[in-house]
Design a protein around this ligand. Structure first.
Ligand SMILES: [Zn+2]
Ligand SMILES: [Zn+2]
Length: 391
């Protein structure tokens, strides 16, 4: 990778065609051009507040949040009262915000440093277009959907502010530890053995074994996104006091409402599955008779799910499409066993999220047990090295 003369900049689309309130606090230069107003801060403590901004869209933690944005902000207003909100900020400032938005900044420093490195790697790979998607293997026929969400489907900006990219909610929660984690890893990314920036994926809890890239996205695999057995993220192995410490210091407040994510149970109504298949994919299934695992990835996550119905057998994949099919608020993961119970299906599952790359819960437990960020990163991403790409 070539070096950068100075800290790179990132263009974040914080909200797109949404209704929210804005409140610039402090001194700004305000310039209007057509329907766009640009706010350039003139003092170090000037912050642009955006209130009632929707986050966690289509996930079980969806809600409205207040953003406190550093850097330059542009607001584009549309006739219907909805607005776009764009934020232009340097990468290091952005990262301190991401680290504090993804996780609780009270988490151990070595964990926050590991997170800063992978969040930087993911972002720099994206800004440089290092990991293009190939969507030509997606399938949509009258009985089969194989689909996934590409990360390069944004045009005109680098990243969104929601879980689709990385959670970025401004700097209201940035504390000394988050700032330090970013400063002490400044310019450092995770690279493969050839020196290419790694596509450093991460998710909340792998459930005991991490997953291969191709189970969730395009049919590609990387030797650093290879399944590893994770003995760290099962909090039931810890004492009640240790478990409480992990939950209280690692997760952001609204994630703490989610308990039992390593092993979980869920019930799904057959008629809800039928309804979603019709609404989303136009499938005419008739009554759903059974759910069967199709292909599984290395962790046990389903790559495809077979739906046996009155009008035939239907197939849905990949990982996220399955989670969304089985729950309006997105099932914790696609790693589960299925048992029929009358008109419902009972699912016994493991993990929270796609499970590829770093497991946030496991990594945080490693840090609490004294492992440093080098150890944590080489555990979850074998065959990688750390590279400094700008001073
Ligand atoms: Zn995005
Ligand atoms: Zn794990």
């Amino acid at each position: 990778m070539s070096g950068y003369p100075k800290t790179p900049q990132v263009h974040v689309r914080v909200a797109e065609h949404r209704k929210f309130n804005v409140e610039p606090r402090g001194e700004f230069r305000v310039e209007k051009s057509g329907n766009v107003t640009r706010y350039t801060p003139l003092a170090a403590d000037a912050r642009f507040l955006a209130k009632n901004v929707p986050i966690g869209i289509e996930f079980h933690w969806s809600q409205n949040a207040v953003f406190s944005l550093p850097g330059v902000v542009e607001v584009a207003e549309f006739g219907d009262g909805a607005k776009n909100l764009d934020n232009f900020v340097d990468v290091e400032t952005y990262l301190a915000c991401v680290v504090s938005s993804e996780m609780n900044p009270a988490a151990p420093l070595e964990f926050l440093k590991a997170h800063a490195v992978i969040s930087r790697s993911w972002l720099m790979g994206k800004i440089n277009g290092a990991h293009p998607s190939a969507s030509d293997e997606k399938i949509h026929t009258s009985d089969t959907v194989i689909d996934w969400v590409d990360t390069d489907d944004h045009h005109g900006f680098d990243v969104c502010a929601d879980d689709h990219c990385q959670r970025y909610q401004g700097d209201a929660r940035v504390n000394e530890a988050a700032r330090k984690a970013v400063e002490e890893t400044r310019g450092i990314i995770l690279a493969d053995n050839a020196g290419n920036v790694a596509d450093a994926r991460f998710s909340k809890c792998c459930g005991g074994r991490s997953e291969r890239f191709s189970t969730c996205w395009q049919p590609l695999d990387f030797d650093y996104l290879t399944p590893v057995d994770d003995p760290f993220c099962d909090l039931s192995k810890l004492s009640e006091a240790e478990r409480r410490k992990v939950m209280d210091t690692i997760l952001v407040s609204y994630d703490r409402a989610t308990q039992d994510f390593h092993d979980w149970e869920a019930e799904v109504e057959a008629s809800d599955i039928e309804k979603r298949l019709t609404e989303r994919y136009g499938f005419r299934t008739g009554t759903i008779l059974g759910l069967e695992p199709g292909n599984r990835g290395d962790s046990g996550r389903l790559r495809t799910l077979r739906i046996v119905a009155e009008n035939g057998v239907f197939t849905v994949g990949k990982e996220l499409a399955i989670r969304r099919l089985l729950s309006d608020s997105c099932l914790y993961s696609s790693w589960f066993d299925i048992a029929r119970r009358g008109s419902r299906f009972h699912l016994s599952g493991h993990g929270w999220g796609h499970g590829v790359g770093l497991c946030q819960i496991g990594a945080a437990v490693m840090a609490l047990q004294g492992y440093d960020h080098h150890h944590i990163l080489s555990f979850y991403y074998p065959n990688t090295q750390l590279l400094k790409i700008y001073e």
